[in-house]
Each structure stands twice: as C-alpha cells, then as structure tokens.
Design a protein around this ligand. Structure first.
Ligand code: NAD
Length: 499
C-alpha cells in the first residue's frame, strides 16, 4: 500500500534566498579565493539546482592555512584562559545575532526544515561555543602525592594545529562542536566542512572576522574529502584529527593517522535500535519513535532505524506508529508544516531509494512511504522521500545491518529481553539505543547489556553536553563532550617533584 502525503509548496521562495556566489576559504583572518581558481558546484536540495560554488582547495591553500595556523598557535596558546573565553563568547554572541540568516542558510544548503534549523541546529552552535568556553575556565588537573616523598602534578597543554573534519547532516552544529573545545583548550584549527553543505561554515568565517577572532586561530578550507581533507589528515604538523562522518571514511583517516601516531577522535555511523517493551507508555513512545525515526529526514547518526517491539504489543504499536507517520508532511523546507524537507543530495536520495528496493527484495513489506516524492513548481527537481516503514524483515538482513541514513525504518517483533538484546547488538555499529519501558529495573538491566555508547530510556536525543558522547565498535573511537573533549584536545604532562 502506498500512503498519500500532503505536499506543500505554498510557502515563500526558499529557493531564492541566496544568490549564486563563489564562497571563499578563510585563511589567516581573511576570505580568500582558492589558489587554483577551481570551484565545485553546490546544490540546493529542495530544488535540485546549483546555487553557489565552493573552492576546490588544494595543497597550496592548505600550506597557506597551515603556516597561518602555526603562527597563530604561538600567540593563542600563550594567552590566558580568560582571554580565549572572551573571544569565544563574542563569537557565540555574533552567531546569535546572525541566527535567522544562519538558520535559513542551513535549511537551503541541507534541505532540512527551517523550523528545525531554528530550533536545533543554529542555537546549538552558539551553545557549543559558550559551553566549552566556560568549561575551559573550570577545567582542572590532578595531583598525586607519594606518601610525603614526592608530588606529581599533571599539566594539560594545548597540542597545536587541530584538523576538524565534519559531515553534512548537522553542518554548523557539528563543526562548532569540534572547533569550540579545540580553541578553548588553546589549540588552533584548520577545519574542513562537508563539500555538500559548505555555506554556513562560510558565514561562520565572516562572523569570526566580525567577532575579532585573531587571524589564523580558525582557518576554514573548502573542498573534497579525498583532496583537501586528506591533505589535512596526512600532514605531520597537524597532530590531532577530530572527525565525524561515515565509518568507511573514518577507517581510512584512522589508517593515515596511525602511520603518523596522531591523536584521533572518530565519530562514525550507526544502526541504532529502538526497543519498545509492552509495558511502555504507548502514546509517548509512538510520539518519540516518530521523531527518532524521521527527524532531519532520518539523517541523524542517532536516529533509530531498527524498531523492536515486544510481541504482545506489536500489532497495536505498529498500527499506531503507521497512523502517525502517515500524517507527516514532506514538503518545502520553509513551510512550518513540513516535518520532512529534502534529502541532502541526489546521490544520497538514490542510495536511500535503492535500500528500499533492496528491503523489498529481501521480503520486506512497505507499510507506508517507500517512494520518492515529487513536488511541483520550483521544487520540482528537489530530492524528497516519503517516510518509510518496512515490516517482515529478518534482523540479520542487509537493510537491518547497514546504515541507510534516511527516512527508512524497519519494524520487528521480539519475544523476550534476551532475544531483543541479541538482536539489538547484532550489527557492527554501537552508537546509540533507546528503550521504552515503565519498569525501572528492566531499563537498567537492558541498558547494561546493550553495546552502545549512548543509551536513552523513555526518550531520545536528550543531550547534556557534559556527557561522554560517542560510539562503540565501528561507530567510534574515543568520546567527545564535556571535559572529555578538553582532555582530547590537550596533552597531559606529568611533573614529579621530590620533596
Ligand atoms: P563522509 O564520511 O562522507 O564525510 C565526512 C567528512 O569527511 C566530509 O567533510 C568529507 O569531505 C570528509 N572526507 C571524506 N573523505 C575523506 C578523506 N579521505 N580524508 C579526509 N576527509 C575526508 O560522511 P557524510 O556522508 O558527510 O556524513 C554522514 C555520515 O556521518 C553517516 O555515516 C553518519 O552516521 C555519520 N555521522 C556520525 C555522527 C556521530 O556523532 N557519530 C554524527 C553525524 C554524522
């Protein structure tokens, strides 16, 4: 059965927001065209049209950024924490002032709904920066005494030039999540935003200039991952790499870093389980499962794409869930009513659609969605997919093992706790999990046995920036968040003083 979605096109011209322009790199405090004069096309996913060009940066651009960063490190790392705090707070304030523009730009660049960038993406950018600016003031280090014979104290020192490589799904949100702790700890940054969503990083460059960020402290280079991304990762004078993106890319980056003994943090893919026990609060669980499945078109690494429901509740949950999902509107990202906007790119949309085809071949039954959505007017060429629920699949089949990263979930019944733990832990990933039950003991017991770095009970995406965030198995190496990020971006040095 194919469900009908209300398609919306009546809102203001999302597609006219930004004029065709050539965005620039940000090096040594200045906006600079790429050395080669080479540019890549950037598409507006809601229309399928090219709307700006981004630098295809090369080694020469990197060399320039590196020398500016190295010079800036000598200065920035020697400044007081308070000095750095003041600059970062100014940056956060300027981001807030530009909130509306950034939110619209993120929505245009990525295809995600404007209400979402206003509510989540852009407020989190300023929050990330304030959080780590403040954390750096409270950051302390340990003292170990040796029975009156000696005292050890540990210094935590900034390391140098940090490479921050980020993905397209939460573009500025995740870029600032890396830049902020790196800078607060006294490092300088060369950042490489995703070539698929470069625009808000370009706006951030302008905001840095306005906020008085000293030249060279933040450098932003645009371009391909295999090109400029790898230049950053390979260079010996970039001793720290913080990466968020796909597992295959992470593996490649990890190999390069290992050869050079670099410090590396990898936040990668997920195939997260949503576990629904029969004693859950059904209404609240359905509500949360709809969000955790389809927010941001299902393009959040934390989205739950495998829904396991206890057998006795399965029929009731399934029909309530399908009913709610059918109400979701796919449409113009500017329209408040659109719960889902456009997929980020044509290639990605096609990949997700091919996973739906595969699921059908594997014997899955499409309960709703399962198709590309064609809007009319100027949004005709956009990349839209209806939210899709598939049932009848084995938990070990491909669609239940591989990351789809789109608005596609598989729903399956389970017999008991033991079974669902086995099913939940069956993938190579281990990023997050959510479970729903009113039984507190069961919640603790199951949480303890799920192999994921982040577990939510009766909620999803409730984020406290102090917690260790990251994945197990192929989902990640290391943890980001709170003082953990400051630990990552500093080198501990122990000093032993004999008494
Ligand atoms: P991607 O791996 O294709 O790209 C991520 C970044 O790496 C981009 O900036 C890209 O240009 C760069 N890159 C690619 N190849 C490179 C190379 N050889 N050297 C250096 N840099 C390179 O990922 P994506 O498609 O942009 O993002 C989607 C993926 O990100 C999904 O798998 C998702 O689960 C994951 N993700 C994980 C988290 C998390 O916190 N674990 C958060 C968001 C997204």
């Amino acid at each position: 059965m194919v469900s009908t979605f209300r398609l919306t096109v009546e809102e203001p011209p999302h597609y006219n927001f930004i004029k065709m322009e050539k965005i620039k790199n940000y090096i040594n405090g200045k906006l600079i065209a790429p050395n080669s004069g080479d540019y890549l096309e950037n598409f507006n996913p809601s229309t399928g049209k090219v709307y700006c060009l981004l630098p295809n940066s090369n080694k020469k651009d990197f060399t320039l950024a590196l020398s500016s960063a190295k010079k800036a490190f000598l200065f920035w790392s020697q400044k007081s924490k308070k000095y750095r705090y003041n600059i970062l707070m100014k940056l956060a304030n300027e981001i807030d002032k530009k909130g509306e523009e950034l939110a619209r730009a993120e929505s245009v660049d990525n295809g995600k709904p404007l209400w979402l960038t206003k509510q989540m993406d852009i407020p989190r950018c300023a929050e990330n920066i304030r959080f780590f600016a403040t954390a750096s003031l409270h950051y302390d280090s340990k003292v170990h005494t040796m029975d009156g014979k000696a005292i050890n104290y540990t210094l935590r020192e900034p390391i140098g030039v940090v490479g921050c490589i980020s993905p397209w799904n939460l573009p500025l949100y995740l870029l600032t999540w890396k830049i902020a702790p790196a800078l607060a700890a006294g490092n300088v940054v060369i950042a490489k935003p995703s070539e698929i969503t470069p625009y808000t990083a370009y706006l951030l460059s302008k905001i840095c200039i306005k906020a008085g960020v000293p030249p060279g402290v933040i450098n932003i280079l645009h371009g391909n991952g295999f090109g400029i991304g790898e230049e950053i990762v390979k260079h010996k004078d970039v001793p720290v790499i913080s990466f968020t993106g796909g597992t295959e890319t992470g593996k490649k980056i990890n190999e390069i870093c290992a050869k050079n003994f670099k410090k590396v943090s990898l936040e990668m893919g997920g195939k997260n389980p949503t576990i629904v026990f029969s004693d859950c609060d059904l209404e609240k669980t359905v509500d949360t499962a709809v969000r955790s499945s389809f927010l941001n078109q299902g393009q959040i690494c934390l989205c739950g794409s495998r829904i396991f429901v206890e057998k006795s509740l399965y029929p009731k949950f399934k029909s309530a869930f399908v009913k709610e999902v059918k109400k979701l509107v796919v449409g113009n990202p500017s329209n408040k009513k659109s719960f889902l906007g456009a997929m980020v790119s044509k290639q990605h949309m096609e990949k997700v659609l091919s996973f739906i085809d595969l699921a059908k071949k594997e014997g899955g039954k499409v309960l709703c969605g399962g198709r590309q959505v064609f809007l009319s007017g100027k949004l005709k060429g956009g990349y839209y997919i209806s939210p899709t629920i598939i049932s009848g699949l084995d938990y070990l089949c491909k669609i239940n093992q591989e990351e789809v990263f789109g608005p596609v979930v598989s729903i399956m019944p389970f017999e008991n706790e033991k079974d669902v733990i086995k099913m939940a832990n069956s993938t190579k990933y281990g990023l997050s999990a959510s479970l729903f039950t009113e039984n507190l003991s069961k919640a603790h017991r199951v949480s303890a046995q799920i192999n994921s770095g982040v577990i939510w009970v009766n909620t999803w995406l409730l984020r406290d920036l102090r917690i260790p965030f990251g994945g197990m198995k192929d989902s990640g190496v290391g943890r980001e968040g709170g003082f953990g990020s400051l630990n990552f971006f500093t080198e501990p040095k122990n000093v032993c003083v004999k008494i």
